[in-house]
Design a protein around this ligand. Sequence first.
Ligand code: SF4
Length: 407
Amino acid sequence: MGSPQPLIFRKGLDMKEAVAGELAAAYDSATVDRVRAADFRHQSGRLTVHLAREFGFCYGVDRAVDYAYQARRRFPGRNVFLTGEIIHNPHVNDQLRVAGIRFLSDPDEQSHILGPDDVVILPAFGVTVGDMARLSAQGCTLVDTTCGSVLNVWKNVVRYAQDGFTSIIHGKVKHEETRATASQALKYPEGRYLVVLDREEAAIVCDYIRTGGDRAQLLDRFRDAVSPGFDPDRDLQRIGCANQTTMLMSESLEIGDMFREAIRDRYGEAELAVRFRAFDTICSATQERQDAVVTLLAEQALDLMVVVGGYNSSNTCNLARICAERVHTYHIADPSCLISREEVRHRPVGAPSTTTGMETITRNWLPRSGAVVVGLTAGASTPNNIVGEVIRKLDDFAASRESPDLR
Ligand code: SF4
């Protein structure tokens, strides 16, 4: 008898209503609802908080978390696993552990022994083609929460590969989503990829396209960021741009323009149409959150900005980058980082976003007297209850006698 076919749920598990109360209890916040209803403004004594008009859980994360809770209920008595973090938020991942979901990324788990009795939830940012094939071959029941916006990027990358274009992916090479996206490029024999982190790396590759250069040096620089057997002289002749959905929109667009110019310089205007492709693959939720902080910074005279979200959350780090250009910005993982009115623990803006350990403590972060105006936003993987707790802590630290009770 052959191994059973894997079940792949893509359209929901029909238990949405059953878990709605559980999700609301775990992640909603009356405080945030109240601030939102008050035109995204909270005033208490000397403190004013302006909340960005788009913040927190995006549609993809909302759905992924919902599916995870549904999966736990739908398969009672069976082991339910996540391949790793479902999203980059420590609080949400901890809550899922409490709900009984196990993480294959934990050192004591062994994914190779899973079989038809096991349920595996695939995260919002997807898994690699290889991991998907392996789990399917093992007969696991797969609950696929890959976000539609990520699937859209994959569709473009597969098309590039099919047509013999190398995917130039603006992203973080170690990020799960970028690894999954890059693996899509290898579905066809002609498929290739190269990942660039930022303008600086893009400029190096663009120079090579224009004038050639030291091939070995280029391959060494990008040794962990290219497809196997990558040949820059062959594989940079026809390119298509894509990005990790959570990168900085302005930077992605600029990088796309840099590559367009490089191809034009090398091959001429007439060749551009057959050698260069680009699609806008930043997701709308990321863009809306970035646009909202730009508007907030333009409209309000802020003393400081607080950005809440996991330190390995790409979209949160990029929100912090935007804010830090205009105002003192503290990227905090959760409310416990607001230690006291004297001290805040935070990730320095621009530090590597792949680590959860890089933090610093800043003293005297909150003005001691007089009116204080704080801007607040949260990454796409941060639930409202965390945002609500941050507002309450800000309130406590800036407290005056007339502060209303927000609990
Ligand atoms: S950030 Fe965008 S791509 Fe990622 S899960 Fe949210 S909506 Fe989907």
